[in-house]
Write a protein that binds this ligand. Structure first.
Ligand code: AMP
Ligand code: MG
Length: 421
């Protein structure tokens, strides 16, 4: 069953020339086909992959009631609420070396943290609240069941420990190992083909001719895709001729789940690209009400999802983080991700902005002398100024209606995907 992307154009408020950021995200999410192919991997190899089948617990975790303290285990009903109680110590329970007998009325067992609660016992008191004298131990009052961990309190046998659609993180590896499971089923990696378009572009390693520039978008796209764990097919720079562009789109769609291009979708250039894409698939061309990153093409070429990103180096990254990243997560089979959250901080300098579009200015977060987290912009916000991205650790997200802001204004910031410094 193929859903038709063109049906979007029938929706009431559809305006390709002024598409709100949220609306574009919503439309994109409706027309993605998540991968279905699975593979079984040893658990370490599954780190950062998307789980394809629930991990079901074969056991209770913990498997037995056990002690949360070093101390003594006994029958809670033996204690006097108002006085100390003397009990006879009949043995010791270590973690991994249980006490084999049964604790009878008036008896106690010396117990270590993690040791199985012996038969008959149900309560533990910490060592510091006891006095030992030969085989007698005097204990203060503690409530029935105190200081014990119950079998299955972490996870019940038969319950899903981790559900399909989750990304496997370090904590999950530990969880899976704690169940004694050695392999899990994950979705296969997405195959993503990408290329740059533009007669002015030269790949690094070659000399620049007059008016030529180095292709940087394939490197930022490579980086952003790598951080999402995709299998990459770098198709290089494609010349702005209908033949070259058509051949490139066709071979990309033949080999990949997702095709990503940069350049060639702005007003002056879109026409012949549009004709080719109309022939090969179903692609919509939008002007997003955002800055930077106005033009965006989205659709399908054959069965591959297609994202035509703008050419400007900053616009490429902003549109990738705002639209493509979450789309790829969905296509990877992820179910539980959120759009990177924003939070409010004070901006230490004025911000230039005109109302009308959502802006994603580049910011640097700093903790000020009084411990408050603040943000400043990276200066020149031109959509070709790649150094502004390189310096930034967050986007300052300025809503459509907002105009110029004075120093000290509270602004929303969003940490940049993959930023680790
Ligand atoms: P376009 O959308 O193709 O009109 O490109 C817009 C601007 O981005 C132009 O100045 C291009 O030279 C520049 N540009 C396009 N593609 C790239 C690229 N791959 N690397 C660096 N700059 C690019
Ligand atoms: Mg171009």
């Amino acid at each position: 069953m193929t859903k038709t992307i063109n049906s979007i154009t029938q929706e009431n408020d559809y305006d390709p020339n002024s598409m709100p950021v949220d609306k574009a995200r919503e439309y994109i999410q409706k027309f993605l086909n998540p991968v279905t192919g699975k593979e079984r991997l040893a658990i370490r190899d599954a780190l950062s992959r998307v789980l394809a089948e629930d991990v079901i617990s074969p056991v209770n975790v913990p498997q037995h009631d056990n002690s949360a303290m070093d101390g003594y285990a006994f029958r809670g009903g033996d204690l006097n609420e108002n006085n100390k109680t003397s009990l006879t110590v009949v043995g010791t329970a270590f973690a991994g070396q249980p006490f084999k007998g049964t604790v009878e009325k008036g008896q106690a067992v010396r117990i270590m943290t993690g040791a199985v609660i012996p038969d008959g016992a149900d309560t533990v008191i910490m060592q510091e609240r006891t006095e030992r004298n030969e085989d007698q131990v005097t204990v203060e009052f503690v409530p029935l069941g105190a200081n014990t961990r119950k079998a299955g309190e972490d996870l019940k046998q038969g319950a899903a420990a981790i559900t399909a659609g989750s990304v496997i993180r370090p904590a999950d590896l530990g969880m899976i190992a704690s169940l004694g499971i050695t392999e899990v089923s994950v979705y296969r990696k997405l195959r993503v083909a990408f290329f740059s378009t533009g007669d002015e572009l030269v790949g690094v390693g070659n000399p620049l001719g007059e008016g030529q520039i180095y292709d940087s978008n394939r490197y930022t796209i490579f980086g952003m895709l790598s951080e999402l764990g995709c299998e990459l097919i770098d198709m290089g720079v494609i010349k702005d001729t209908p033949e070259d562009v058509e051949t490139a789109f066709q071979s990309a769609a033949d080999i990949a789940d997702v095709v990503i291009t940069s350049g060639g979708v702005s007003v002056g250039e879109a026409d012949f690209v549009k004709q080719i894409l109309d022939k090969l698939g179903e692609v919509l061309f939008w002007k997003i009400a955002m800055k930077p990153g106005r033009p965006l093409a989205f659709g399908k070429i054959r069965n591959a999802n297609f994202f035509g990103l703008p050419g400007n180096p900053v616009a490429v990254m902003v549109t990738f983080y705002q639209f493509v990243q979450s789309a790829l997560k969905t296509i990877q089979g992820q179910k539980y991700f959120k759009q990177t959250p924003t939070f409010k901080v004070k901006c230490t300098e004025p911000i230039k902005k005109a109302p009308g579009r959502t802006e994603f200015q580049r910011g640097v977060l700093t903790t000020s002398a009084n411990g408050e987290l603040t943000v400043r912009t990276t200066g020149n916000q031109g959509s070709g100024i790649l150094s502004s991205m390189s310096e930034a650790d967050c986007f300052i997200v300025l809503p459509t209606d907002v105009g110029r802001l004075e120093a000290g204004a509270m602004v929303e910031v969003q940490l940049m995907g993959g930023v680790s410094r």
